[in-house]
Each structure stands twice: as structure tokens, then as C-alpha cells.
Design a protein around this ligand. Structure first.
Ligand SMILES: Cc1cc2nc3c(=O)[nH]c(=O)nc-3n(C[C@H](O)[C@H](O)[C@H](O)COP(=O)(O)OP(=O)(O)OC[C@H]3O[C@@H](n4cnc5c(N)ncnc54)[C@H](O)[C@@H]3O)c2cc1C
Length: 174
């Protein structure tokens, strides 16, 4: 089932620039000007994997990046997670007694973490994405309040995302 903030695949405005100006034309400078003077405006669908894969490997083949866990761009984590995948995969394949165990360990380590971020990113997209002015005003007030009252708590909620340590570094520290 589609969430309220999602649109039909392939849905287009016809004139995407006009659509952007309708949404952001009343924002502060220079946003309206940037949109009005951009050479071109492209619009692509954003696909994300609502249902996670059961594994990131099969036989001798491993998936990484968007092929394994395509996510919405709301946390800016898609490419970051692809890099974590690559670093982890290289380490596990090189350090495991066999390719089979290295790839199985890759799925075991990476799938739960990436899937958590996929879900969180989609939740944040839903929270941020409403076009309702009333919702947006409530959301902005709540975020500003949280930021003022408990900035550490707000930023700390991302610690588990940003505190990732490459397995090579973690292994060397042990
Ligand atoms: C609007 C937006 C903003 C984003 N912002 C951020 C951000 O701030 N931070 C962040 O970390 N991530 C961000 N991302 C996500 C990030 O762009 C992707 O997660 C990342 O590019 C995934 O990398 P990838 O190598 O897995 O896949 P891709 O970048 O899609 O690379 C796959 C490549 O394979 C090629 N290819 C496909 N099929 C074939 C084929 N059959 N033969 C040969 N080549 C093929 C494709 O052309 C492509 O070049 C954003 C995404 C979007 C849409």
C-alpha cells in the first residue's frame, strides 16, 4: 500500500519547473530565482526497497549499494551505505577462511544495519514530505523545540548511523 506522501510511478506535472515554482516560489531568495533560471529541470521517480532482500549474497555473487538496499534520499545515506558495504565486503572476503563464510558474514553484518537505515530514511521522508501547511508548521515547531531544548538528544539520535567503524579498524583495535 502506498503511503500518503508517495505518488504514482511516472507521475509528472507536464511542466516540472512550474511545479517547483508552485512549491518553492514563495521561499526566500535565491531559491525562486535558481529554479526560474535553471537550464533544465529533470524529474525521476525515487524507488526504495520496502521489503528487504533475504540476503545480500547468493552463491559467489554479492550485491551492494542500491542494488542491495535502495533507499529514499532523506538521510543522505545511500552512497554512504554503499561505501560501508564495499569496505566490509573487501575485509570479510580477505579475512575469512573461505569465500562462502566471508559472504555469509557480509550478509549477517550488513543487512540489518542497511535495512534499519532504509526504514528510517522512509519514515523521515514521510515526516518531512507533507505539502499541508498545518502539518509543516507543527513539524517545524516540534523540530525547533527539540533542537532548542535538547540539541544533544536530537543529534545523538543519529549516532548509530555516523559512528560506524570500518571492520579493519575495529579488528586492529581489539
Ligand atoms: C536526490 C538524491 C540525493 C541523494 N543524496 C545522497 C547523499 O547526500 N548522500 C548519500 O550517501 N547518498 C545520496 N543519494 C543516494 C546515492 O546517490 C545512491 O545511493 C548511490 O549512488 C548508489 O550507488 P550504487 O553504486 O549502488 O548505484 P548507482 O550509483 O546507481 O550506480 C550503478 C551504476 O551501474 C550502471 N549500470 C546499471 N545497469 C548496468 C548494466 N546492465 N551494465 C553496466 N552498467 C550498468 C548505472 O548506469 C550506474 O552508473 C541520493 C540519491 C538521490 C536520488
Amino acid at each position: 500500500m502506498r503511503a500518503w506522501y508517495e505518488v504514482e510511478p511516472g507521475e509528472r506535472e507536464g511542466d516540472e519547473r512550474r511545479g517547483l515554482l508552485r512549491r518553492f516560489g514563495a521561499w526566500h531568495d535565491p531559491l525562486p530565482q535558481v529554479i526560474a533560471t535553471a537550464a533544465d529541470v529533470i524529474r525521476n521517480d525515487v524507488w526504495w526497497m520496502r521489503t528487504p532482500l533475504s540476503a545480500y549474497h547468493q552463491g559467489r555473487v554479492a550485491l551492494l549499494g542500491d542494488a542491495a538496499h535502495a533507499m529514499t534520499p532523506n538521510m543522505g545515506q545511500g552512497a554512504c551505505q554503499a561505501i560501508e558495504d564495499g569496505v566490509t565486503l573487501a575485509h570479510l572476503v580477505a579475512s575469512s577462511p573461505s569465500l562462502d563464510t566471508g559472504l555469509a558474514e557480509y550478509t549477517r553484518v550488513r543487512l540489518p544495519r542497511a535495512d534499519r537505515i532504509v526504514r528510517r530514511s522512509a519514515r523521515i521522508g514521510g515526516f518531512l514530505g507533507s505539502e499541508s501547511r498545518l502539518w509543516a508548521a507543527g513539524r517545524d515547531a516540534a523540530l525547533e523545540g527539540l533542537w532548542r531544548l535538547a540539541p544533544g538528544r536530537f543529534l545523538g539520535s543519529f549516532d548509530d548511523v555516523f559512528d560506524w567503524t570500518p571492520p579493519q579498524v575495529a579488528a586492529a583495535a581489539r
